[in-house]
Design a binder for this molecule. Structure first.
Ligand SMILES: [Zn+2]
Length: 259
């Protein structure tokens, strides 16, 4: 069961009132992903569900670029929700030299957004690289707004997007030198023959409300790129009460301000 609801937030800034739209999705099937413990020992608990040997025999996929396999996501948030791991390699979730592949996938899937969740920013398999994709919706294409940071890269030239991404990566790595990879979520898509990449820098995975008890608790991660863009996932019915103040507060806790 998936129920949707839209909420309009109004924030004032120096330029006057600005409207920001967030969509709240009640999606109890995402409980496992939202409440997943961040542990490097994940594989001691269960075999990697993205490795070919552990995938269900019935789960077929489509080969892409001779190195990725496009699979259906068994716990969808978006229409036609796909998970895209490398076909054979069990390698860590690190995006640095794979942005070009992400854009190549976006070329082939013009009705979709491609998205990436960093290993500490919502990836449910941080030890096995994977991209995801799903059908576009207006909330997912939102760039920068007053709620959270978003670094937007756009060009008609794929190589230029990759070069600009590397510049941004270096800057963010400088801000978070102890991380294997700067904390981030990414949404990439094609619009009017131009490559668009929205990068959401993060300073935390989960907000204070996640760790509260009783009625104060909100089990909102936010899990990844979709939440950061504006589609917030609630896995418990009681969290569906989330209001404007909570949303503003949660974004302010997890988004990394940039100049
Ligand atoms: Zn694996």
């Amino acid at each position: 069961m998936v129920l949707g609801n839209s909420m309009i937030l109004k924030k004032s800034d120096h330029m006057g009132g600005r409207w920001v739209q967030c969509k709240i999705q009640f999606n109890p099937a995402r409980m496992v992903s939202t409440s997943a413990k961040l542990t490097k020992n994940r594989l001691k608990i269960a075999p990697c569900f993205l490795c070919e040997a552990n995938r269900p025999a019935l789960q077929k996929g489509i080969l892409f670029m001779e190195k990725y396999i496009i699979l259906c996501n068994p716990f969808p948030i978006l229409g036609n929700h796909l998970t895209i791991p490398p076909l054979h390699s069990h390698v860590p979730q690190l995006i640095r030299n794979k942005v070009g592949d992400m854009l190549s996938l976006a070329e082939q899937l013009p009705d979709y957004v491609l998205f990436y969740n960093g290993p500490k920013c919502g990836a449910s398999a941080p030890d096995h690289f994977h991209l995801q994709a799903g059908l576009k919706s207006p909330q997912l294409l939102q760039g920068d707004n007053v709620l959270r940071s978003c670094l937007m890269i756009e060009s008609g030239n794929k190589s230029e997007v990759e070069e600009l991404f590397e510049d941004v990566y270096q800057y963010l790595h400088h801000r978070q030198p102890k991380e294997d990879e700067p904390m981030m979520n990414i949404i990439a898509y094609i619009e009017q023959n131009r490559y668009k990449l929205n990068l959401f820098p993060r300073k935390a995975h989960r907000p204070r409300q996640y760790y509260e008890n009783g009625s104060k608790q909100l089990l909102i991660s936010p899990g990844g790129a979709l939440d950061m863009a504006g589609m917030i996932i609630c896995v418990r019915e009681e969290d569906f009460k989330i209001g404007t103040h909570d949303i503003e507060d949660i974004y302010s806790q997890v988004s990394l301000p940039v100049i």
